[in-house]
Write a protein that binds this ligand. Structure first.
Ligand SMILES: [Mn+2]
Length: 381
């Protein structure tokens, strides 16, 4: 049996560039095309099942637009036979009374949608799954857990869930554990580890019994050990993913081989601009810039100004897809950042250190922290 494994499609609008052919957001058109092609290629490769590891849509609150839903349907119409979609943090209902964003796909008979951990028993493959562990549902059940302890507490819960699933697996037959969850040893785009940033299932806590283990949520494709993979997203959605080799995974349960199949993901390219002898200086890689979503990062002293139009002209002449941003990293003569903020480890610590210098904001610190958490969920997770 051959199985296609993918996830983190994040169907939605990114940036403001419009695709002239469809009139739609150009990155959404890219994502749509890549996912559609991926499904066709999976069928051509002889796959008879699809495991989608969650985050179908961009919407941080599980409310895709009708266009986004249409594009998901269009891609899944070509999916190889039997498909399963896990609910990711972008797809989940806030509480059990609401539908998940992907439930309509199940209603159409295109897939099964799983939002609580369990096992899907197939003759050829036992599929144990862990959808994204919802923080709001956990807090509703455990109102006494302190905000600072939630991630660790939920991480322990994930280990117990994985163990519980493992106990129901027949070790004599092939099995796979899939999930939409961060693994502590996974690298994010900047080369740092996932641990501390999110609810994590520890690699060391994944029971041995599963033949293969594949996870969504982290966008950087990677292999964590002989039998554990992060499939990664098929398209880039941020410059953190510039160096990623985007792909989907093709598992052949008969040979045991997990093959990495590249996707034709749009390239991202960062042009670094510095100041030499008082004038801006850059070396444009024409091949890398062509058809890529480009940005320029200008490193300059406070007292030097740089004309951005020459940079824009050169990127456009190189045939870039679009210019996402031109940002300035200004080297200031005097550091204005406080020591407490520089020493802070987490976003929450930075906010607390800042508010400690602004007594007028103390009264709304709780609201600011809640809003910070919401933004981090939207931007990072
Ligand atoms: Mn996710």
């Amino acid at each position: 049996m051959r199985v296609a494994i993918t996830g983190d499609w994040h169907i939605g609008s990114y940036g403001s560039h419009i695709d002239p052919q469809t009139g739609r957001n150009a990155r959404m058109a890219d994502i749509s095309r890549t996912c559609w092609e991926m499904m066709c290629n999976a069928r051509i490769a002889g796959c008879t099942a699809l495991l989608h590891l969650g985050d179908m849509y961009r919407s941080p609150v599980g409310r895709p637009t009708p266009t986004e839903e249409m594009l998901a349907v269009e891609a899944l119409r070509n999916s190889p036979g039997d498909s399963i979609i896990l609910v990711g943090n972008h797809d989940g209902a806030r509480d059990r009374s609401e539908s998940n964003a992907t439930d309509v796909l199940a209603l159409l008979g295109m897939t099964r949608v799983y939002d609580v951990p369990d096992i899907d028993q197939r003759a050829e493959l036992q599929i144990a799954y862990i959808p994204y562990p919802s923080k709001s549902r956990f807090l509703a059940r455990n109102p006494d857990v302190k905000a600072t302890d939630v991630n660790a507490e939920m991480g322990r819960g994930l280990a117990a869930i994985a163990q519980h699933l493992a106990e129901q697996i027949d070790p004599g037959r092939p099995s796979i554990l899939i999930g939409h969850v961060a693994i502590d040893r996974a690298e994010t785009g900047e080369g740092s580890l996932m641990s501390d940033k999110d609810i994590c299932l520890r690699l060391a806590d994944i029971p041995d019994v599963f033949t293969w283990r594949v996870f969504g949520h982290v966008h950087k494709p990677q292999q964590l050990d002989e039998r554990t993979w992060i499939v990664g997203s098929p398209e880039r959605i941020s410059f953190n993913e510039e160096g990623d080799k985007k792909r989907w995974l093709l598992l052949d349960t008969d040979t045991g081989v997990m093959e990495s199949v590249p996707t034709a993901a749009r390239a991202y390219y960062t042009l670094r601009v510095s100041i030499k002898n008082g004038a801006p200086y850059w070396e444009l890689d024409l091949k890398a810039a062509r058809d890529a979503v480009c940005r320029a990062v200008i490193e300059r002293p406070e007292n030097v100004t740089v004309d951005e139009s020459a940079i824009r002209r050169e990127l456009e002449a190189a045939g870039c897809h679009s210019i996402a941003a031109i940002t300035h990293e200004v080297q200031r003569a005097a550091r204005s950042r406080s020591e407490a903020i520089s020493a802070a480890n987490t976003e929450a610590d930075v906010l607390a250190a800042y508010v400690s210098t602004r007594p007028d904001l103390m009264a709304v610190l709780d609201e600011m922290q809640a809003e910070q958490e919401r933004i981090l969920q939207e931007v990072i997770r």
